[in-house]
Design a protein around this ligand. Structure first.
Ligand code: AMP
Ligand code: GLY
Length: 427
């Protein structure tokens, strides 16, 4: 089978790594990919938001399966584009339809969906420029901290958590009146604050059946002890001790089943991943957000634990027969540490030569923002540069292996958090 992965990050490298292991894979292409995905297949320089270019490539290279990594092409309707084209409609594309992708594309839509299907989430209201006064009134009924969210996609930056009412009122105006996040904040959600520990839960669904993939914990802030600016994610671990059988049963009964039933009830075509970002509040799960793709860097700890053939899983996803395949998961713990360019998530240099990757023997090295220069050196090409994942019998060992490997990889402006997983180490 010829397979095309859309995307260029650590998530896509981890997906490519698993797909390349499958006996079913003949040729694997990654568009646009990075210096690491070159070890799994062939990189192709097409913009995954230009659907006609994707189509041309798919037809010219007899692609049988397309796995969509990031949300933008999904929210842009790539799955509908395939479905409505007689030459593409039989190709197994993994991802939700445009309507399904609204679960991530519009926070207001996602909240209305949760409320319709009684899925536990924070209390909220949505406001636009025309009813700022009501928004301010609603803020005054809440206790601090205050949570403001831009409705649309804002590259992970559209959520503000503010300690004072004064600040919250000011930011609400900034978002609605001065378009702080552009079009994404033409509507703003004000939410009740959930106090607890976050967990990322991943579901693969064919629209009827589902498999719950290994859960993970992501470390979002740039600084140790979860301080400083939000990033795409600085590391992840899987499994997560507090997500025990009892807790995951609540997640399945209260969130996963009603979500899949809700999609079916709304006649939404959904053959892909659902990423449920949730908060464990005193042992009870509440949805913070849905994403319609895998998480990054969660994929880098989740996918290495999947023992089933992922291409087979995807075939069943597209065929609507996920109930006919077993999901096998390694019991081992995976710990991933993200190495970033100093300065990230603000401005940072690109083009530093990366050395020492070949000395890593005990870990998997997934590239995030890397490229090759004209001398064929691997260079930094993004904020998040390389993700090192290790598997071991305990979290402690997995972390120790990853941190040893991180020391072997060098470039001029390297930075990483030294405390990934420490908060959940069990004694
Ligand atoms: P989101 O983009 O929706 O994932 O939000 C970004 C981050 O803000 C989340 O990962 C949480 O840490 C935090 N967050 C979002 N909504 C809430 C909430 N209602 N209560 C507490 N924290 C929240
Ligand atoms: N790691 C969080 C995300 O992928 O959105």
């Amino acid at each position: 089978m010829n397979i095309l992965i859309l995307g260029s990050g650590g998530r896509e490298h981890a997906i490519a790594y698993k797909i390349a292991q499958s006996n079913k894979t003949s040729q694997l292409f990654i568009a646009p990919g990075n210096a690491g995905t070159l070890n799994c297949g062939t990189n192709v320089n097409i913009n995954n938001e230009e659907f006609e270019a994707v189509k041309t490539f798919v037809l010219e290279n007899s692609i049988n399966m397309v796995v969509v990594g990031p949300e933008a092409p999904l929210v842009g309707g790539i799955v509908d584009f395939f479905k409505n084209d007689p030459m593409l409609c039989k190709i197994a594309i993994i991802g939700p339809s445009k309507q399904g992708a609204e679960l991530e594309g519009s926070k207001d839509y996602a909240k209305a969906f949760m409320s319709k299907y009684n899925i536990p989430t924070a209390r909220y209201n949505a406001f636009s420029k025309d009813n700022i006064a009501q928004g301010i009134e609603f803020l005054r009924t809440l206790k601090p901290p205050y949570v403001l969210k831009a409705d649309g996609l804002a590259a992970g930056k559209g959520v503000l958590i503010l300690e004072s009412l004064e600040e919250a009122e000011k930011e609400l105006k900034e978002m609605l009146e001065n378009a702080k996040f552009g079009n994404a904040s033409s509507k703003v959600l004000i939410e009740e604050y959930l106090n607890g520990t976050e967990l990322s839960v991943f579901v693969l669904t064919d629209g009827q059946n589902y498999k719950i993939l290994p859960e993970a914990k992501d470390y979002k802030r740039i600084g140790e002890g979860d301080s400083g600016l939000n990033t795409g994610g600085m590391g992840s671990v899987s499994p997560v001790a507090f997500a025990d059988k009892n807790f995951m049963q609540k997640v399945e009964e209260r969130i996963v089943i009603p979500t899949v039933n809700g999609l079916r009830n709304e006649n939404i075509d959904y053959k892909g991943f659902i990423f449920i970002g949730l908060m464990n509040v005193d042992g009870n799960p509440y949805v913070i957000e849905y994403n319609v793709r895998m998480g990054d860097p969660e994929t880098e700890s989740v996918f290495p634990r999947i023992q089933s053939d992922v291409v087979e899983l995807f075939e069943h996803t597209f065929a609507g027969t996920l109930n006919n395949i077993e999901l096998k998961v390694a019991e081992q713990t995976a710990a991933c540490v993200m190495m970033v360019a100093k300065g990230y998530p603000e401005s940072y240099p690109k083009g530093d030569v990366i050395e020492g990757i070949e000395n890593v023997t005990d870990s998997l090295v997934f590239h995030a923002g890397t490229a090759k220069n004209t001398q064929n050196d691997t260079i930094t090409n993004g904020g998040r540069v390389i993700c090192v994942t290790s598997l071991a019998d305990t979290l402690e060992e997995a972390l120790a292996k990853s941190y040893q490997s991180v020391e072997k990889i060098q470039w001029k402006n390297k930075y990483f958090r030294k405390d990934i997983g420490k908060d959940i180490l069990t004694k």
